[in-house]
Design a binder for this molecule. Structure first.
Ligand code: MN
Ligand code: MN
Length: 470
């Protein structure tokens, strides 16, 4: 019997291109959805700023701190860098929750604890730095940087720093060596070694007190200005957390406006989508409890009290059980996690037209084909991976298909080409079903990460469908 065309299509799997197949109405929605997201990227460039932005939005949407009795829409923040949000379902929490888990830290360049010095060679005031996460160091020189972070003063008060974002504020720069003199110093070295981390010092200031013969007068003058502006002394830097992030704004990209370029989309594109999925169109009475979790320190291994390895998320779920008048003893907490299903919401690598060779196209993520799903992560023979169970992956695909989501499966590069991981394995160690999925980016970890509006929107719809699933 001769196959007719529709039957043939049903037999073979083919991913679908959003711009080719989606109704025009949906395409318009995808374009509109991107606008506030761009604004979010510009307002939340660090983990602390993302948490603050999120709490603001949650309060506007009638969420309360978890300590408020009787509330069904609750959140908890920890150390201002990590947080979890829940909408409690009609089923017991211990029947399991649906969670979307993202991270809110991004690669950047931190100031060292004792950063300020006067460089005698150049006669300039400078700041020493220590990069955070997997950056390509050459990208961070010769680019305007803004200073974000907190200084905790001696009296315990907190000073929030955000300098270099407004047009009328100064920015900072790590100057790169001019090509004329770079031959021995840079051109003969490997790309990874060409910029030495010890040479990523910020040119901070150049003035000094007029007519003064003071020793290190430039550094002294910088300290004087800092004291006048912020009321701080040099010692206040030693305990501070100060981060340099690209000073530029996220914006529309491409002749057709179909993309977004901006810093920190790994992983704030997932955080934003998860948040929107939770607060937009919450069902009156969801059956299963819905949770969104923002972790910190993912880019450096997820350790510490705010990383995904921390006790925080277990503690949150334990408190949630108690809040819902359920047993929150150790056994019931374990069972709750084991009954739960989680999307580890993190970005993936989409095929870059300049470097298709690092991927195997049939199993790689493409722009505009929707949310990218990684059954497993890891590297070199799936080493260190989380590997979603077939039963769970099939269930998620069923949820996505029923909701008409554009989705695709992919791996992070060719086998043995490299690899990477997310927080998925940490949460699956607690016994939950966990699947990695998120938006495919080009230029991940760069100052200008690129995403597709079709994938941004598809991923939002995917998280929404998953959170609501019964
Ligand atoms: Mn990530
Ligand atoms: Mn990353």
């Amino acid at each position: 019997m001769k196959n007719t065309k529709p039957e043939k299509e049903a037999l073979a799997y083919q991913r679908k291109n959003f711009w080719k197949e989606a109704p025009l109405e949906e395409q318009k929605k995808a374009m509109e959805y991107a606008e506030p997201y761009i604004n979010f990227l510009n307002q939340a460039k660090t983990e602390r700023e993302t948490v603050a932005y999120t709490v603001d939005l949650l309060l506007k949407n009638k969420f309360t701190p978890l300590s408020k009795k009787g509330s069904k829409k609750v959140y908890s923040i920890f150390r201002n860098k990590t947080m979890a949000v829940a909408v409690i379902g009609t089923d017991p929490v211990s029947n399991g929750f649906n969670m979307v888990a993202a991270h809110v830290d991004s690669p950047r360049v931190d100031l060292k604890q004792n950063p300020l010095y006067e460089d005698s060679n150049s006669a300039m005031g400078c700041m020493r730095t220590h990069y955070y996460g997997g950056i390509k160091k050459y990208q961070w020189v010769s680019t305007p940087l803004a200073l974000h972070g907190v200084i905790i003063k001696n009296d315990g008060s907190t000073l929030n720093i955000c300098l270099g974002e407004n047009e009328d504020e100064p920015v900072f720069i790590i100057p790169d060596l001019l090509p004329h003199l770079a031959h021995k110093e840079q051109y003969t070295k490997n790309l990874g070694d060409a910029i030495d981390a010890s040479k990523m010092n910020l040119v901070f200031s150049g003035m000094q007190e007029p007519y003064s013969d003071e020793k290190e007068a430039i550094k002294a003058y910088a300290l004087k200005l800092l004291n006048e502006k912020y009321g701080i002394t040099e010692q206040d830097f030693l305990s501070a957390e100060l981060q340099l992030v690209p000073a530029h704004k996220a914006r529309n990209c491409g002749f057709d406006n179909s993309m977004i370029v901006g810093y920190g989309q790994d992983d704030r594109i997932s955080a934003y989508n998860a948040l929107m999925a939770l607060i937009n169109n919450i069902p009156e009475k969801p059956k299963r409890t819905m949770v969104v979790y923002f972790s910190d320190k993912e880019e450096v291994g997820s350790q510490g009290s705010t990383g995904a390895h921390s006790i925080f998320i277990r503690d949150f779920i334990s408190d949630l059980l108690a809040h819902n008048q359920e047993d929150n003893g150790s056994a019931n907490l374990r069972k709750t996690f084991m009954n739960s299903q989680i999307l580890s919401a993190d970005v993936s690598a989409a095929i870059d037209p300049n470097y298709p060779n690092v991927h195997e196209r049939q199993n790689a993520i493409l722009f505009n084909y929707g949310i990218g799903i990684n059954k497993f992560t890891g590297s070199g023979g799936k080493y260190g991976c989380n590997d979603a169970n077939a039963e769970f992956l099939a269930k998620v695909l069923r949820i996505f298909n029923e909701a008409g989501i554009y989705w695709q499966l992919g791996e992070l590069g060719k086998v043995d080409e490299g690899g990477g991981g997310t927080i998925a394995y940490i949460l699956s160690n607690l016994g939950a079903e966990v699947l990695d999925c998120g938006v495919g980016l080009m230029g991940m970890h760069s100052l200008y990460e690129l995403s597709s509006k079709a994938d941004l929107y598809s991923t939002y719809l995917a998280y929404k469908a998953f959170l609501k699933a019964e």
